[in-house]
Design a protein around this ligand. Structure first.
Ligand code: AP5
Ligand code: MG
Length: 210
């Protein structure tokens, strides 16, 4: 099964993708996590991407498509989290899956309003090793500052600072919302209310992908 998670920053895509991928034995593919791994490794790609990410802007399409293409060509089961984010990326995804004689089965749209998103992002702490997201109020780690899963140190993402968050929300409306229309036209979108506890949201997602 190939599932696309679409929604604004802070909507809970990463939180839910990790859980669903584990439950359905799918690969969790997050372009944001892939980029942060490149930044941590100080690779050429990471250095190029960091400037865009810190400003809350999208990394150019050719860079993203180049980075992810090989994984898409395999066409195996996956939850795509944070990709595609432009119509150009959505078209590239369709082409790559067609080459692998596969297709997208579900597009899940996470619906949440701006105030809740800012609240979630300002309280987020992310594992510097495995990227698991925590939240100081809604999803705290068992031991302060430490990842429950791998023991890594929790940090604030550079793009969770207020100015970058504001820009990410703007960029989402301008560049990523059209991807929703692209999939809506194809009748593929399952809208999920992303407000509620993580367990409540997960139950809605389970229903949407059945
Ligand atoms: P990316 O890493 O994809 O960030 P994003 O889309 O901005 O989304 P987030 O990861 O911030 O939010 P999320 O929906 O995953 O929420 P989470 O589960 O963490 O991208 C980062 C940057 O990389 C981009 O700005 C861009 O520069 C670049 N990039 C990445 N992909 C790209 C692409 N395809 N093209 C171009 N550029 C790209 O949850 C958020 C918080 O809320 C956490 O604290 C969590 O614990 C908490 N939470 C989760 N669920 C709930 C709940 N139900 N109730 C209360 N709190 C909750
Ligand atoms: Mg995420």
């Amino acid at each position: 099964m190939r599932i696309v998670f679409l929604g604004p920053p802070g909507a809970g895509k990463g939180t839910q993708a990790a859980r669903l991928a584990q439950a359905l034995k799918l690969a969790h593919i997050s372009t944001g996590d892939m980029l942060r791994a490149e930044v941590a490794a100080n690779s050429n790609l990471g250095r190029l991407a960091k400037a865009y990410m810190d400003r809350g802007e999208l990394v150019p399409d050719d860079v993203i498509i180049g980075m992810i293409q090989n994984r898409l060509r395999k066409g195996s089961g996956m939850v795509l989290d944070g990709f595609p984010r432009t119509v150009t990326q959505a078209e590239a995804l369709d082409r790559a899956l067609a080459e692998a004689k596969s297709n997208i089965d579900r597009v899940v749209y996470f619906k949440a309003d701006g105030e809740e998103l800012v609240r979630r992002l300002s309280g987020r702490a992310t594992c510097s090793k495995c990227q698991t997201p925590y939240n100081l109020t809604s999803a705290p780690p068992r031991k302060a500052g430490t990842c429950d899963k791998c023991g890594g140190k929790l940090v604030q993402r550079d793009d969770d600072k207020p100015e970058a968050v504001r820009n990410r929300l703007k960029v989402y409306t301008q560049q990523t919302a059209p991807v929703l229309d692209y999939y809506r036209l194809a009748g593929m979108v399952h809208e999920v209310n992303a407000i509620g506890t993580p367990d409540q949201v997960y139950a809605r997602i389970e229903k949407a992908v059945k």
